[in-house]
Design a protein around this ligand. Structure first.
Ligand code: NAD
Ligand code: DAU
Length: 353
């Protein structure tokens, strides 16, 4: 039985596809539009693997989704595809509404039609798992308790508002139509294949390139960091045992101010790739203007998923960030291609024959 993954060429989606093939091994139909954030080079190890079926396409294309569902009859849809970068949403919110809201709506409608047509046993086993974010809950004060699943929705950026809207659609499709949905709201991920527009990979690649390491405002904004492979295992666990219609918060129990993150990365790069002149990469840190409407603090209370499904992250921040820095040092071609834009040619080069 296959699964349909949307956005499986992005950062988390590609880690999930690799993780799924390694741990579960059943076929994955991977639907991805290959926007600037989609990189098939992430999935190069699956090039000759018949269990990975890549389809370039848009989640707003209802006819395409209907066709894929009829052709592959997946037992589940794992929905990652989204515009995901807050700064881009500030400059151009339209694409966020289109993909995150309209795309999720289109996928839900196609899933509902497909699911309604299934025989009883397959209908009972079908799942629609929606991958969402902690940003839908808004911003916390320094002493506020971390977000639980019942925290009110208070999205502050065009990105988080569009993700909040998609969460509401998913919820409504369960309550109104009985679609068997599950939603996960996760904190900040980091790890391999992370596009270097986000804080951690940007810091690593800019450090190595001798460029400034931009820190917004005072750098005291707090995020809760989770190694991406732990997010993948949480999604597998929710898919396997999550209660229909429920949401599960996923986090790393690892709140840190941005400036600490940047210093930690610099210290690791100092150790693993010391500068010839002996100075620290931290000398490249540059404070720049703050992000408009910048949320001050996110923190996830991940006790529900631990209590009900027995999931906890396997990595500590120390182990995960070391692996992440080492991965970037071990994969200079990936880093170079993503920086030069050559990763866009990957499909043509790799699939030329
Ligand atoms: P990403 O930007 O790295 O990847 C998004 C992928 O979706 C890309 O491959 C892109 O080509 C694809 N895509 C975009 N628009 C599409 C469309 N219209 N049709 C089909 N494919 C499309 O994102 P990510 O960081 O991997 O995040 C994946 C999901 O996880 C998102 O839904 C995001 O909201 C959520 N999330 C991310 C984080 C994080 O820290 N990155 C944390 C929590 C939740
Ligand atoms: O919390 C989950 C969210 O985490 C996901 O839903 C988003 O898809 C994902 O992009 C991420 O959002 P953030 O805005 O938290 O991630 P980003 O890496 O862009 O920024 C992390 C923090 O670092 C944030 O407070 C802004 C700051 N920052 C970011 C960049 C890119 C800087 O100080 N300098 C930078 O150059």
């Amino acid at each position: 039985m296959s699964i349909l993954v949307t956005g499986g060429a992005g950062f988390i989606g590609s880690n999930f596809v690799l993780d799924w093939i390694a741990h579960v091994g059943t076929p994955v139909v991977n639907l991805d539009k290959l926007t600037y954030a989609g990189n098939l080079e992430n999935l190069a190890n699956l090039h000759d693997d018949p269990r990975h079926i890549f389809v370039r396409g848009d989640i707003c294309d209802r006819a395409l989704i209907d066709d894929l569902l009829q052709r592959h009859k997946p037992r589940a849809i794992i929905h990652f595809a989204a515009e995901s970068h807050v700064d881009r949403s500030i400059h151009g919110p339209g694409e966020f509404v289109r993909t995150n809201v309209e795309g999720t709506f289109t996928l839900l409608e196609a899933a509902r039609a497909f699911w309604s047509s299934l025989p009883t046993e397959e209908k009972d086993n079908f799942r629609f798992l929606h991958v969402s974010t902690d940003e839908v809950y808004g911003s916390l004060g320094p002493t506020d308790a971390p977000f639980t699943e019942s925290h009110p929705y208070e999205p502050n950026s065009p990105y988080s508002a569009s993700k909040a809207a998609s969460d509401h659609l998913v919820r409504a499709w369960h309550h109104t139509y009985g679609l068997p949905v599950l939603t996960t709201n996760c904190s900040n991920n980091y790890g391999p294949y992370h596009f270097p527009e986000k804080l951690i990979p940007l810091t690593i690649v800019n450090a190595l390139a001798g460029k400034p390491l931009p820190v917004y405002g005072d750098g005291q904004q707090v995020r809760d960091w989770l190694y991406v492979k732990d997010h993948c295992s949480a999604i597998r666990r929710v898919l396997e045992a999550g209660k229909l219609g429920e949401t599960y918060n996923v986090g790393g129990w690892n709140e840190k101010p941005n400036l600490d993150i940047v210093h930690t990365v610099c210290t690791l790069v100092d150790e693993l790739r010391p500068k010839p002149d002996g100075t620290s990469y931290s000398t490249q840190i540059t404070h720049v203007s703050d992000r408009p409407g910048h949320d001050r603090r996110y923190a996830i209370d991940a006790r529900k998923i631990e209590r009900e499904l027995g999931w906890r992250p396997a990595e500590t921040f120390q182990s995960g960030i070391r692996k992440t820095v080492q991965w970037h040092l071990d994969n200079p071609d990936w880093v170079a291609n993503v920086q030069s834009g050559n990763y866009k040619d990957w499909v043509a080069r790799q699939y030329a024959q």
